[in-house]
Every structure is written in structure tokens, then in C-alpha cells.
Write a new protein. Sequence first.
Length: 248
Amino acid sequence: MSDSPARHLNLSGASNFRDLGGYLTRDGRTVRWRQIFRSNHLGHLTDDDAAILRGLGVKSAFDFRGTGERAEAQCGMSDITVHSLPVEPTVVAALRAIVAGGTPLSAGHAVEVMRDSYRSYVQQNTPRYRTLFAHLLEDRAPLVIHCTAGKDRTGFACALILHTLGVPEEVISEDYLLTNQYYRRDPNSASELPDHIKQVLGSVQPAFLGAAFEAIDADYGSLENYLRDGVGLGTAERTALAARYLQA
């Protein structure tokens, strides 16, 4: 029977709130528990939820939501410092453009639009992820990383963090896919879209995250080049991150 902390914290006002700790790295170390969390947005936290976050010692949040999303549901905890790293949403607008062109929406359209969105994290928004790692190097943990659903912009960020720390690719994929177990889809989100499209948008697939890493290979040649040249992580920075977020 494991005595490890719970990976998923079942909050009433937020879903998909998970700890990135406990994963073994390729060199035999372990990602520290209770340092880096991921979640959907923190705009609907209950008093009990806030007490849990305070108990965890969370002081910083890194918010990938766009300007409009953030204005609709701001973090209600004044003792958490929110750092805005806006990656503007594009998925629903792209789907609406397909409909406006007279084409009936299919699940295939939704998957490809999601893949385009993930490519944009690399092609258009790498500076946001670079800023996140600059903050991580300042040792602001415990901290939480989130967007609106906590699955796509956040999922890519967390995959990069785990890659940087040396977690094997198959474990990173498993962590990414936990969203399908723990995310509670907002039934009112993009309510005019058909249910089969909302089902795609409310989940994650290996093909989504794969599109981001395909863009990395196309634009940078390799993930190692991207971490160094795109995200700003040289040997010294990666050593510092390992010292903060890994244990023997």
C-alpha cells in the first residue's frame, strides 16, 4: 500500500487539480511532491477549496488564459500571486469559421483544429513558456499552473516540465491523459457546438500533444534544441531546476 500523497485533489470549485510529483526520472530520481500543481482555472474555488490550497502552501499561479477568459473568472484568493502568461484561445473561433464557410462540422475537423492549436503553442507562444521556466528557476513553489480547462495550454507546459526533469516519455503521456479521468467539462462552454464536437474539445488525445512536438522538431530540429534555444534552458538552468524539483 502506497503512502505517497494523492495525485488528484478533488476540489469542489476546480477540476483536474493534480500534483506533478512522484514520477521517476530516467536517472532514478523522483519529482518532488507538493511543489508543482496543475489545474483548470481558479475562478470558482469554494472556501473549503481555498483552505486546501492554503494548506498546500500555494502562493503563486501561472495563468495561460487569454485576456477575455481571465476577466470572466478571476482567481478569488488574494494570497495567491497570479502571473498572466496569456495564450489566446483559437479553437472555437476556428470551428465557427468552418461552419460559416458552409461545411458541417465533424470530429475530424475538431481534432485537426486542436492539433493546430497545439502547434501554435510552439510557433506563436514559446515566449510564454520561456517566461514560465524563468519563474520556475526562481523557486516559487509550491505553485499551480493553469488555463481555463487545465488540459491543453497547461498540458503542454507540464509535459515540457517533466521532459526537462528527465521523466520518460511514456510516463509524460500517461500524466497528460489523466485529464480524461479528472476533468469535468463545462456543459455551457461553446454551447452552440454539436455534442460530438464538444466531446473532442473536452478531452485530450495523444495526437494533440504530438502535434506540438512535431512542430518542435520541424522548427527547432529536436526537443533538446527547443528547450535550449526556445525556452532558454541551458545546462546550468536544467541543473538548477533538477536541484529544486527532484529528489534522490
